[in-house]
Design a protein around this ligand. Structure first.
Ligand SMILES: C[S@@+](CC[C@H](N)C(=O)[O-])C[C@H]1O[C@@H](n2cnc3c(N)ncnc32)[C@H](O)[C@@H]1O
Length: 447
């Protein structure tokens, strides 16, 4: 269904009305919270349902207005060069300019010569990089040639840079037009291998024993998981009723350093966690847990278990098998294998919780909330982060973010059913799967 009227004026008016209404919801919320006009750094707070909805309407409507009023060729040219702001962001992150600017008085900023001196980047060229980002409100040029952090750049002060996604993606066009590789869903035939001139999958590449120089990247990847987790964790934790799982066992399959389980362990004091991954990841996990939640390690509430999820699941009948950021990395075939091993281990009390993005196209879906018209069903650009993840995971691992229909198809092939897709107030969803025979007979214990 085309949600956009052929009458451009009518569409623009209706978007502006929508913007005014949604903005009032946001302003009311700011007033109630006594918030300053500029949003602060990432707080880990979950927005109210009204605020979350209003935000995505504003984002989607602003961009749709831009599409309506901008010259189409200019818009396409801008999008075709939009890798350059990403590159600029990468450059300033590597040079740690966010951290350098913390030392500046926010109203006076730091002179470009000083920033150049600190980073070794030519002042004239760095000036242009920073100005590109100022136009996107990342940094502020407070006086000519003097820069300060903006509320956006402030949010990443003290963070480490990462770079694999960008490097991998530049070979995606070559892979998609290759007569054979375009049809492959193997993790060994991706843009990543092409760009890194390697036969290794991303996970193999990250194993520290492969090469000393990769140890840093392995740690950066774990940090990225923690960072991504921080971005979404608050909403995942409150938008699924995890409190009802206290006193049970949660198996974190491919749990990495266990950043999601760590948060859950703080919230659910009587729950036992079994963190499964490869040995080298579990070593990092053990260090992280000993620092972050030593009492859980001391009391044996967390167990670190070496396990390959393509083999039989050793923990039988656990209440919950959690997979966060796992299935999106794998082809349908591989996902069915992983899910079947879990299915074989499940009892009628068990559930699989898949914390991943769920892709919503611009067309309506029965299982996901649709945006009010004339916005596209997925709120347009407000959904862009998930589309970006989808292409990123294609570049790196031949993986994919899945639509509700695709999740259903996977569940069915593995002998499971989707009990519910829990939409969280972030870019994440929790897809809950149960044994299909239990569900049909009404035996599956429901939350
Ligand atoms: C994207 S990370 C997600 C980590 C964690 N679930 C999280 O959300 O923080 C994927 C994890 O899967 C693990 N992994 C990859 N292949 C695996 C396998 N065959 N068996 C078990 N873990 C695996 C990786 O080591 C990595 O820690």
């Amino acid at each position: 269904m085309n949600r956009r009227s052929s009458n451009k004026a009518e569409t623009l008016r209706s978007l502006i009305r929508m913007l005014v209404d949604a903005s009032e919801v946001i302003i009311k919320q700011w007033d109630a919270e006594d918030q300053p006009y500029l949003p602060g750094p990432v707080t880990g707070q979950v927005p109210s349902h009204e605020l979350f909805e209003a935000r995505r309407i504003v984002l989607g409507a602003c961009d749709m207005c831009a599409d309506l009023v901008q010259d189409p060729l200019e818009r396409l040219c801008e999008i075709s060069l939009s890798f350059l702001p990403a590159r600029a962001l990468h450059i300033v992150a590597e040079a740690r300019i966010f951290d350098i600017l913390v030392e500046a008085d926010p109203s006076l900023g730091m002179d470009i010569q000083d920033i150049s001196h600190r980073t070794g980047i030519n002042a004239g060229k760095l000036l242009r990089v920073l100005r590109c980002l100022c136009s996107l409100h990342i940094f502020a040029e407070v006086k000519p040639n003097r820069f300060a952090n903006s509320s956006t750049s402030q949010a990443v002060v003290g963070n480490d840079p990462g770079g694999m996604s960008y490097t991998g993606s530049w070979k995606l066009p070559a892979i998609l037009t290759h007569s054979v590789k375009t049809h492959s869903y193997s993790q060994r035939e991706t843009a990543f291998q092409e760009a890194f001139q390697s036969d290794l999958t991303v996970f193999e590449y990250l194993q520290p024993e492969r090469a000393e120089t990769r140890r840093l990247e392995s740690q950066t990847f774990s940090l990225a998981m923690v960072g991504l987790g921080q971005l979404n964790r608050a909403s995942i934790l409150v938008d699924y009723p995890f409190q009802l799982l206290d006193g049970t066992t949660i198996v974190d399959v491919g749990g990495g350093v266990g950043s999601m389980s760590l948060e859950l362990a703080k919230k659910l004091p009587s729950t036992r966690f079994i963190l499964q991954d490869s040995d080298h990841v579990l070593q990092q996990a053990s260090t992280v847990w000993s620092q972050e939640l030593p009492e859980a390690v001391r009391m044996g509430r967390v167990q670190f278990m070496s396990h390959d999820f393509f083999t039989a699941q050793p923990v039988k009948g656990a209440e919950t098998y959690l997979l966060r950021y796992i299935l999106h990395a794998w082809s349908d075939e591989s996902c069915v294998t992983i899910l079947k091993h879990l299915k074989d281990a499940m009892s009628h009390r068990s559930r699989i919780l898949i914390a991943d993005h769920v892709l919503h196209s611009t067309v309506e879906s029965e299982l996901l909330k649709s945006a009010p018209a004339p916005l596209p069903a997925n709120y347009g650009v407000a959904h862009m982060y998930i589309n970006m993840h989808d292409l990123n995971i294609m570049s790196l691992m031949n993986g994919m973010e899945r639509t509700p229909d695709q999740w259903h198809a996977l569940a069915e092939r593995a002998g499971l059913v989707i009990a519910r897709i829990w939409e969280c107030r972030s870019s994440m969803c929790i897809t809950e799967m149960r044994l299909s025979e239990d569900y049909q007979e009404g035996r599956g214990s429901k939350l």
